[in-house]
Design a binder for this molecule. Structure first.
Ligand code: C5P
Length: 423
């Protein structure tokens, strides 16, 4: 569940925002009437699109009366097209909300179908989309819906709910539409995300990201599967909060995020030098997957295979621990130092041990075992561990992890939260 917007001082309550509400066909559609009223109370203007199935559950007249605007229903309506073309309609809002998000609508969104007004709008838009799913428990748990939802998450479609409880069909389980107040909170949170306060203006934040490459010779190197996505997203999210951000990145295929300084390095030694040269900083977030070892002496020439000879022996030496170095007490220590613990087993225990050993303030633990698809994937499930606290976040896109983490960092740096994450 999204945290209630009222408790997040980093995000201002938005004013003058518009929502395009797509009402799908489900018994829970009647709750959208309460939702429209709640949004109006918050000063958020709502225009409604009603699917054909949705109109079996609520009338356009009710939605029109509550929203104060024409309700759009037909892709080929001459009058609607004259008033507002469907492409313009899809871009007229700050946020598109699909509520209730039926299994059918989720499937259409996932596969890019555009065979009615609602699905065409969803395909034609570049506006953020929030879905409040509601359906029978079996439909929610069907592998088709599970994979549609997973796919939509990777495209940064936001979800609120569903809740678990008894359903109109008499069954019990996950699939109930979230309560209108919860959906309203998620809408305000999503609207605020696009208009964060510049709370970190004047602060300098250092972020490491990506893998390091440790050369064996001019053509070969030791590396790992880190894509850099999580670190880049964190750097970008902090820059959006007004921080001056220095991103020290190992080799990645990602473009440098706009609005911040990116220093590209290859090896752990180069990363450490760039980090030290970028100090002082108010906070350091070490998201890089730094190689633990490098070969003691990389060959200047390509190492040749010799027929019949044994393979070469690599003499490895440890790389400097950049995170531990930043965490060591001293005048140049950033006031907040955050590390990552990518683990394949016993994730939390290993992460806690790392938190103590490295001397940092928070550790972001994540499971990178092969089935999770976290390394190189677009989603992450993290646990934020501090010396006094523990916060488990659900599976979400790496950009959403970054946005939430940036908010936590901002609260900590501005003394609104003393020890980081609160339960
Ligand atoms: O020891 P381990 O590699 O598991 O620790 C992970 C954390 O330590 C990450 O935050 C990573 O960026 C950081 N690290 C580092 N320098 C190293 C090794 C890890 O900064 N040489």
């Amino acid at each position: 569940m999204q945290p209630p917007y009222a408790h997040n001082p980093v995000r201002s309550v938005p004013t003058g925002k518009r929502v395009l509400l797509i009402v799908g066909g489900g018994i829970a559609a009647y709750k959208t009437l309460s939702l429209v009223r709640l949004l109006a109370t918050d000063g958020i203007e709502t225009r409604c699109v009603l699917t054909r199935a949705g109109s079996e559950f609520v009338t356009p007249l009710s939605l029109q009366a509550l929203s104060g605007h024409t309700v759009y229903q037909d892709l080929f309506s001459l009058t609607d097209e004259q008033e507002m073309g469907h492409i313009a309609l899809s871009r007229s809002a700050d946020l598109i909300v699909v509520c209730p998000g039926t299994a059918n609508l989720l499937a259409k969104m996932a596969s890019g179908l555009a065979d009615d007004l609602a699905s065409t709008l969803l395909l034609a838009t570049d506006t953020p989309v929030l879905v409040a799913p509601a359906m029978n428990v079996r439909m929610w748990e069907h592998p088709a819906t599970i994979s549609n939802v997973a796919l939509l998450r990777t495209r940064d479609v936001m979800l609120v709910g569903p809740d678990t409880g008894s359903m109109a069909c008499g069954e019990f389980g996950p699939g109930r539409l979230a309560e209108p107040e919860t959906i309203r909170d998620a809408i305000v949170e999503a609207l605020s995300a696009s208009a964060p306060t510049q709370i970190l203006t004047g602060r300098h934040v250092l972020v490491t990201a990506g893998p390091t490459h440790e050369p064996l010779d001019p053509v070969r190197y030791i590396a790992n599967r880190s894509s850099g996505q999580q670190g880049y997203a964190i750097a970008a999210a902090l820059a959006r909060l007004g921080a001056r951000v220095t991103l020290v990145s190992g080799p990645t295929n990602l473009p440098s995020p706009p609005g911040l300084e990116t220093i590209r390095v290859e090896t752990a030694l180069e990363m450490e030098a760039a980090v030290q040269a970028s100090l002082p900083a108010d906070a350091a977030i070490c998201a890089a997957a730094v190689a633990d070892w490098r070969v003691a002496h990389a060959s200047d020439l390509k190492i040749k295979k010799k027929p019949g000879a044994a393979p070469p022996t690599l003499h490895l030496v440890p790389n400097p621990d950049i995170l531990a170095g930043l965490s060591a007490p001293g005048p140049r220590r950033p006031s907040l130092v955050i590390g990552f613990a990518a683990e394949t087993d016993n994730v939390e225990n290993h992460a806690l041990e790392k938190l103590k050993r490295k001397g940092c303030d928070w550790i972001i633990a994540n499971d990178v075992s092969p089935g999770t698809n976290v390394m190189g994937g677009r989603e992450n499930r993290v646990i934020i561990l501090t010396h006094s606290n523990r916060d488990v976040w659900p599976l979400m896109s790496k950009t959403e992890v970054a946005r939430r983490l940036a908010d936590r960092i901002a609260l900590c740096l501005t003394d609104k939260v003393p020890d980081g994450p609160q339960p």
